[in-house]
Write a protein that binds this ligand. Sequence first.
Ligand code: ADP
Ligand code: MG
Ligand code: MG
Length: 875
Amino acid sequence: MSAKKFVYFFGNGKAEGDGKDKNLLGGKGAGLAEMTNLGIPVPPGFTITTEACIEYQKKHGYPEGMWEQTLEAMKKLEEAVGKNFGSTENPLLVSVRSGARVSMPGMMDTVLNLGLNDETVKGLAKASGNERFAYDSYRRFIQMFGDVVLGVDHHKFEKVLRKMKQDRNVESDTELNAEDLKQLVAEYKKIVEDETGKPFPQDTTKQLEFAINAVFNSWDNQRAKTYRKLNKIPDDWGTAVNIVAMVFGNMGDDCGTGVAFTRNPSTGEKEFFGEFLINAQGEDVVAGIRTPEPIARLKDEMPEVFAQLEDVYKKLETHYKDMQDIEFTVERKKLYMLQTRSGKRTAKAAVKIAYDMFKEGLIDKKTAVLRVLPEQVDQLLHPMIDPKEKYATIAKGLPASPGAAVGKVVFSAEDAEKMAAAGEKVILVRNETSPEDIGGMHASEGILTATGGMTSHAAVVARGMGKCCVAGCGALKIDEAKKVFTVGDNVVKEGDFITINGSTGEVILGKVTLIEPELSGEFAEILKWADEFRTLGVRTNADTPHDSKIARDFGAEGIGLCRTEHMFFDGDRIDAVREMILAENEEGRRRALEKVKPYQKEDFIGIFKAMDGLPVTIRLLDPPLHEFIPHTDEDIQKVADASGIPFDRLQKKAEELKEFNPMLGHRGCRLGITFPEIYEMQVYAIMEAACKVKKEGVKVLPEIMIPLVGHFKELSILKEMVNRVAEEVMNSYNDKIEYLVGTMIELPRAALTADEIAEYAEFFSFGTNDLTQTTLGLSRDDSGKFLPEYVDKGIYKEDPFVSIDVSGVGQLVELGVTKGRKTRPNLKTGICGEHGGDPESIYFCQKVGLNYVSCSPYRVPVARLAAAHAALKNI
Ligand code: ADP
Ligand code: MG
Ligand code: MG
């Protein structure tokens, strides 16, 4: 039986392997094969497959036939190049390069100039007529092989090289002469012998074998394992080994090496972009030994080479239909390509390149949309620090909500509101934030907290508001009473300017220039294309006319969640709300509520106008009563003054209303059941606002949503009330409004009994924040302390408050949809948790057949794109 094929040759314009087969040949090997087949100049060589690597891992040795095939390929390579491996006349040298399916920084570094020893180096000197070059190659080889294969610390070599340069009084290694380099070689060999206890291996075939083993073994080194884990790369992919005939960029001034991108990877501009170094080899360009020159200079220095390169890069881009990241070497004015792969790019570049390539006819619309990653475009939607700025960071916290902000430090929500009202830009600095801080957060440019994680109150609310936030910045010592914070030696007082970068977690002293986000022409265009493909609707979570407008400008097709609690908290309203809660009877409650109603009505009017023609889902009051209870004597006194109820009776009542577990306490529709006046007032406000704006010609589509339903009877009681009030209002306006009544599904019981609930609900909105809390029995605000460790340990693949827990919470969503639609086939379903803006969760929503997702205004473009990806990838 003949052995399996493990070795694929490329050279002389033809490759054995399939240049598309990255799984077998690795990314680098596939690229080399493909370029060879395209007639692009690539030095010949061969690829040992990833399968060989996997088998080697299993049996701790080469699979049968692999070594023989390798030796055969070496023969073929010798013929192709016209040099012999190990020859003392005209030796063949090779590079040994790792290359997995995807490029992996954790893997083995490349070894160049393999095949040199004390004898072959003389042959190389003779054949090239350049002794300096031969010993330069040898010293490079000993260092690389010593470091990468034999495990000798490269600093040891670099130290000797530095000293040599000092002794010779030269700046650059190119100024060392043949004698210097010979001496270096001798010293390097001694280092290897001292460190490994053995002389530097002189047998060139052994060198090859060791290097191949080192590549295979590197698949399982710690660096590579960690990288795989972080990037979710399976352990059984393996790496290929590429053995490539050397071409030399270090033979003199008509040689060199470089790296380039076929378009600008940071702006996306259609311009050839890169760097090169004359008389250099391998990674010298990126290693920072000498300063490389911009690629445009190559045109002046070696016009004929530049012309070849231009030819090649255009050919590659047209062939791959994507921006390529390429590596090349020039040997005596002849160009050789050593690598091509699709280039990494910023969000900005991704958008520009996808757009341009579509316009150039290189790719179709669908491909253009798929080229821009939803996760990535978030970068484009927030103010950023001007990349030209230089600054020093004083501390680093968690990058909790992207974007950057500059402002004066304030330490309380109240001060934030006051200063903002006076026209100042402020940054709210707190140990952590709580629901009472919402107004201050809203007034701030950004939020900085000392404690709390990525899902802390500050982080979640800031993301919802589209404000930047650095959370959990432990280095911050805040003294709220004195209104200062310190970080090490830096003392920052109220009113001092700081800059925070919520995309990186950086905290910076003073003002740094920011640049504004833009839905640039091209980005807006790509999103329109995305809209052509997506089937999921995209709505927004917005509570104010201002946010509604932002979201609409970003393309939201309605409001999926308008929370009404802010309408109770803001400004003076809270006093009336407190009066309502502490009232001793229905009459007192109604009196207090009448004070709140006009505010609510105004808010709804604003929102309906902003969303003219689009549906608006309004959730009736949800948060625990507990959150509205006055804490201070001053606040209680205010209520006493307004209501006429004596102070101590109020104080007692406030005490009684406190809850041990507010999240599971008196909240949501439970409020509506026990204090019907509250919801009634809200429905009056909604319907009156709707009738009023309709008269002005606005198209209103209100959807009234009852939160926290667990039992269908809760909904049936409240729906009756809603319909009664709606009828009454419509009659008094002598008009008809089309409205829906539905519920949030945010308790497991609601999902389990969705068929019963759907008898009454005209729509379901999955409130996956609470549904996650109640399904996992996990409080989001407290989870920051331990959840990161859960994610580290892989218990949850990702924070379940960021990306939906598909196998748990996801099941309930799916069940809710299925059962609900059984009762009511045209049931409208959506999601309004934070998950509505998370691409992975959006793919899930597509899969279970929701009608829409709803997310914070600034994530609407992300959701539009993710929804298109979901539809196009047929998930
Ligand atoms: P990486 O995976 O880190 O990009 P490579 O295997 O591409 O590593 O090697 C790095 C560099 O080494 C290449 O960009 C090229 O400059 C140089 N190199 C690799 N093989 C050869 C070769 N056969 N001849 C000349 N230079 C080579
Ligand atoms: Mg490379
Ligand atoms: Mg909820």
